[in-house]
Design a protein. Structure first.
Length: 255
């Protein structure tokens, strides 16, 4: 008998046993049925109101409410009175005779003595939009941007040092000065330079493609600046600018 009178725990009570029932999920599950019923009733009520509003139709406008437009004809003259055209007025015969027998008269052209400036003169004397200005207006001259001459990497006739490549390396070896600080620090290696041989044979635009140390790089550049003129490279028989690559070796010889 005691078991029959005991209250059987609900499903939500079993799930949230020993848990925080103040959390929102427990409250939502407890009021789920009532919330669902209210939502359904609200939806049904809104649908009924929508269909009731659509069932009403505005009353058609009857023709009696629109004012009738009656055309009115205004007559300025009686219908039975004929329309008389105005009489034609002819010019006097003397006037017609003078026009027909008009003799040409030679006159001096007044514009012939006037000075008509040319477009160039008008532009030269216009300032602030007034043609009568006496101040000369000098139109600004746009400087011409020189087109940079193309520099070739490969041409039909490559630049050549006087005496050939052996003479070039001999010149570098005779003029190269090994920096003392680089020798003390045992800095050595190969510096690769690139420069442009101009159509007149001179060398400029020296660039370091691969350097070792600023001391050795600057020394290699100094020697290239002292190079005599090359035999220029040619493309189609015409001297052109050509890139020239030159390795400069720095090596400490142990005595």
């Amino acid at each position: 008998m005691k078991r029959k009178n005991e209250k059987v725990p609900e499903f939500d009570e079993i799930i949230f046993e020993n848990r925080n029932k103040t959390y929102g999920a427990y409250d939502l599950r407890k009021h789920y049925n009532s919330t669902t019923c209210l939502s359904l009733l609200g939806g049904i009520a809104l649908s009924a109101i929508f269909f009731i509003v659509l069932s009403f139709k505005p009353e058609p406008v009857t023709s009696s409410s629109v004012p009738e437009i009656v055309p009115v004809l205004f007559l300025t003259k009686p219908i039975d009175q004929p329309v008389v055209p105005p009489p034609l007025v002819k010019p006097p015969a003397e006037l017609l005779k003078s026009i027909n027998n008009l003799q040409p008269k030679v006159v001096v052209d007044s514009l012939a003595t006037q000075f008509i400036p040319t477009t160039e003169e008008l532009i030269a004397t216009v300032k602030n939009g007034n043609v009568t200005d006496s101040v000369f207006y000098n139109e600004p001259i746009t400087p011409e941007i020189p087109v940079e001459e193309k520099i070739f990497y490969v041409v039909e006739e490559q630049p050549e040092f006087p005496g050939g490549i052996k003479a070039l390396y001999k010149f570098i070896g005779e003029n190269l000065i090994y920096p003392d600080e680089a020798q003390k620090n045992n800095i050595q290696g190969r510096v690769i330079l690139q420069f442009v041989v101009n159509p007149n044979g001179s060398a400029d635009r020296i660039e370091v493609l691969r350097g070792i140390d600023p001391l050795l790089d600057n020394e290699a550049i100094r020697v290239v600046n002292k190079l005599p003129k090359f035999k220029p490279g040619k493309q189609g028989g015409v001297p052109v600018k050509v890139w020239f690559t030159l390795p400069v070796l720095f090596k400490i010889e142990n005595n």
